[in-house]
Design a protein around this ligand. Structure first.
Ligand code: NAD
Length: 498
């Protein structure tokens, strides 16, 4: 098998263009194409379709027509096909990882865990489905009761650009396993890996079961959420667009899953080994170039070790290698695009104006040969909990540091944001760790090891971080509805209705 380090990014060949995939084949979009760009160099890699109302109508129609056949396909057969999709993803992963690295600008080494998780999603839901339909059946007076799960129908799914394959697998695997058909709208800023993967997956499934409609949010995305013939909306992205999606679901009275932003606390108790804790803290806010909803971006450090911890944090942040994303040793690559890069830098200005102190970083850096890329130093900012820099999602490699002394006060700061996606705790004291975890308003809490994703554990947010859970069996509930059938052995005697 070819390994990732053996793939030379300069030899990757792309199709000239990637139109939408509808009813099993790639078609020409009426409104033409959008450039797909290498984030670190600005070089155009290929073109993706600019879908609009016309393509969305065709895709929803194809998904609707495929639904009766797919929903009546046996669970065993659906599981077999999902495993086949996992196989294809596994076989093609090294090429897809490199494509995704070039498009997103994220450091190459990060894609090994991304793809492991994505492949696993298809295998997990193939297996989970085999036990999901257990339902309930029991005798009742003069008859029998059966409860069963049924798929919802056509699912519209919209994903962001930061982790394209993880997002694709989180959305597709449970929806398909439960017997639904799908129209997927990937992000305009990074979707070449998704297009290549769906091309392969669509060949495995009956025509129309998965359809993909790339394009801009305000065109393809908007047409999809407004379409009258969809049965479920699933969205990952920003809070503002999440609210629009939720509103549309409310108007249509269809179920919705929302995975939105985050501003996660990472809490440091005084008993930790400072070097180990600092390593975990830097990993937690710089991974994904800081462009992820789950990062530990608010470091809450106990007063007794604050000064020492912050000194070592800065020392460690200085050592993080910023470089070309396609090099294995790089730890911070390029921000997705100039607009996003400027947004990150503007937050540092906001922080200074609010009276926060930039202790390290805060600047754009130039990486030779990649002058068009937007590379940003890992940035450490001393801030008060109420400041915007400590309240809003930055989506860049930055963290705030804040001192705490009293546990109740620390919990108040930790929970004092609109978000509630994840949280981290570092301590050797199990009692402190579990007591704190119980009090945190967060969908995932990682003690002593940030990003500790475990098979089948529910993932999703409290408060503005979203509605519903993915990655776990709970996702099958989100893509199904229950039916209760009560069967009486015979009709009631004539004249019972007096
Ligand atoms: P975004 O909300 O701008 O875009 C996300 C997707 O929605 C894209 O495909 C976009 O084209 C589409 N979209 C945009 N406007 C739309 C509209 N009016 N109607 C329908 N679709 C529309 O978010 P982004 O900038 O791509 O991603 C960053 C955000 O995603 C961050 O807030 C981040 O925290 C969040 N995120 C959350 C999770 C999670 O699991 N909770 C995971 C990854 C990213």
């Amino acid at each position: 098998m070819v390994t990732l380090t053996q793939i030379n990014p300069n030899t990757i060949e792309f199709a000239e263009k990637y139109g939408p995939i509808i009813n099993g084949k790639m078609v020409e979009p009426i409104n033409g194409y959008i450039d797909a760009v290498n984030s670190a160099t600005g070089k155009v890699l290929s073109k993706i379709g600019r879908c609009g109302q016309e393509e969305i109508d065709q895709a929803v129609k194809a998904a609707r027509e495929a639904f009766p056949g797919w929903s009546n396909t046996s669970i065993e057969e659906r599981a077999r096909l999902l495993n086949k999709i996992a196989d294809v993803l596994e076989e093609n992963q090294e090429r897809l990882k490199m494509i995704e690295c070039m498009e997103t600008g994220r450091a190459l080494h990060e894609f090994d865990p991304d793809y492991q998780l994505s492949i696993y999603q298809f295998r997990y839901f193939a297996a989970a489905m085999l036990t999901f339909y257990e339902g309930e059946s029991r005798p009742v007076q003069n008859g029998y009761l059966i409860t069963k799960k049924e798929p919802l129908g056509v699912c519209a799914q919209i994903i962001p650009w930061n982790v394209p394959m993880i997002m694709t697998s989180f959305k597709l695997a449970p929806a398909l396993a439960a017997g639904n058909t799908v129209v997927l709208k990937p992000a305009e800023d990074a979707c070449l890996s998704v297009m290549e993967f769906i091309k392969l997956a669509a060949e495995i499934l009956p025509k129309g079961v998965i359809n993909v409609v790339p394009g801009y949010g305000e065109e393809a995305g908007q047409s999809l959420i407004e379409h009258p013939d969809i049965d479920k909306l699933a969205f990952t992205g920003s809070v503002n667009v999440g609210r629009l999606v939720g509103k549309k679901a409310g108007e249509k009275l269809i179920p919705v899953t929302l995975e939105l932003g985050g501003k996660s606390p990472h809490i440091v108790f005084p008993d930790v080994d400072i070097d180990q804790a600092v390593e975990n803290a830097v990993f937690a806010f710089t991974t994904f170039n800081g462009q992820s909803c789950i990062l530990g971006t608010r470091l809450l450090i106990h007063h007794d070790i604050y000064d020492k911890f912050v000194e070592k944090l800065i020392e460690r942040a200085k050592q993080v290698k910023i470089g070309p994303p396609t090099e294995r040793s790089t730890r911070i690559g390029s921000i997705i695009n100039e607009k996003q890069g400027k947004r990150v830098l503007s937050y540092f200005e906001i922080a200074k104006n609010e009276g926060a102190k930039i202790l390290h970083g805060g600047n754009r850096v130039t990486v030779p040969g990649h002058e068009n890329g937007y590379f940003i130093e890992p940035t450490v900012i001393e801030a008060e909990p109420h400041m915007r820099i400590a309240q809003e999602e930055i989506f860049g490699p930055a963290c705030t540091v804040t001192r705490w002394n009293d546990e109740d006060e620390m919990i108040k700061i930790a929970n004092g944001v609109d978000y509630g996606l994840a949280a981290g705790i570092m301590t050797n004291n199990l009692e402190s760790a579990l007591n704190t975890a119980n009090k945190l308003e967060a969908g995932s809490v990682w003690i002593n090891s940030y990003f500790n994703f475990q098979s089948g554990a529910p993932f999703g947010g409290y408060k503005n971080s979203g509605v519903g859970r993915e990655y776990s069996k709970e996702a099958l509930d989100a893509y199904s509805q229950s039916k209760t059938i009560v069967a009486a052995y015979k009709l009631p005697p004539a004249g019972f209705f007096k």
